[in-house]
Design a protein around this ligand. Structure first.
Ligand SMILES: Cc1cc2nc3c(=O)[nH]c(=O)nc-3n(C[C@H](O)[C@H](O)[C@H](O)COP(=O)(O)O)c2cc1C
Length: 181
């Protein structure tokens, strides 16, 4: 028996994206966002209401997206419950910053994997970014490829308001289904 839960949305897995921006004076900030997707080969789309981050990215035309991990979970949640309008989250969290070589946005070195994006458009709360570069901490590379198991990426569970770690691989994509094709 299935039960209808009504007209509401439970979408899973949701990512835990950390958006890094500079303000017009070059001061870095970071926020947490779960409503984000890959929307083309080199494009991301994130739904954002008004924040310090949105003011910043309108001014600079750029942002970074890092993926929260088990090891960065405390700072990642903090970036989602405090605003850069009220406090210096970068100083308070103690993270280390390096400017992207490709866009006017900060890479937060504490995160292993970061997308460096230029703003394509930001209308109706939908931010669309073109990915100009991806950078990864080389500790997380195995034979030149990103070692997904080592990253410890987390997802946001909006049912229980918790962060959950992504588990082990269960099957090969584009291949497992051949068993019944
Ligand atoms: C788990 C989590 C997910 C969030 N997802 C979003 C989101 O998708 N879009 C959004 O506008 N705000 C989201 N927020 C809220 C912002 O992160 C929060 O308002 C933050 O203070 C904004 O920071 P800023 O003012 O320094 O830019 C989320 C917060 C948390 C904790």
């Amino acid at each position: 028996m299935r039960k209808d839960l009504g007209k509401k949305l439970i979408f899973t897995p949701l990512p835990v994206l950390i958006i890094g921006t500079y303000d017009k004076d070059g001061n870095p900030n970071a926020m947490n966002a779960a409503w984000g997707i890959q929307s083309d080969y080199e494009e991301v789309t994130i739904t954002l209401s008004e924040h310090k981050t949105t003011k910043n990215l309108r001014e600079t035309g750029a942002f970074t997206v890092s993926f929260a991990t088990k090891d960065t979970i405390t700072i990642s949640d903090y970036f989602g419950i405090a605003s850069g309008n009220k406090e210096d989250k970068i100083a308070k969290s103690g993270v280390k910053i390096e400017k992207s070589k490709y866009v006017n946005a900060p890479i937060i070195l504490d995160y292993p994997l970061t997308l460096e994006c230029k703003v394509k458009s930001f209308e109706g709360e939908k931010l669309i970014g073109e990915v100009m570069n991806i950078s990864v901490d080389e500790k997380y590379l195995k034979n030149g490829k990103i070692d997904y198991d080592k990253l410890g990426i987390v997802t946001f569970d909006s049912v229980d308001n918790t962060y959950r770690i992504i588990g082990e691989s269960v099957a090969k994509a584009f291949s497992e289904g051949l068993k019944i094709k």
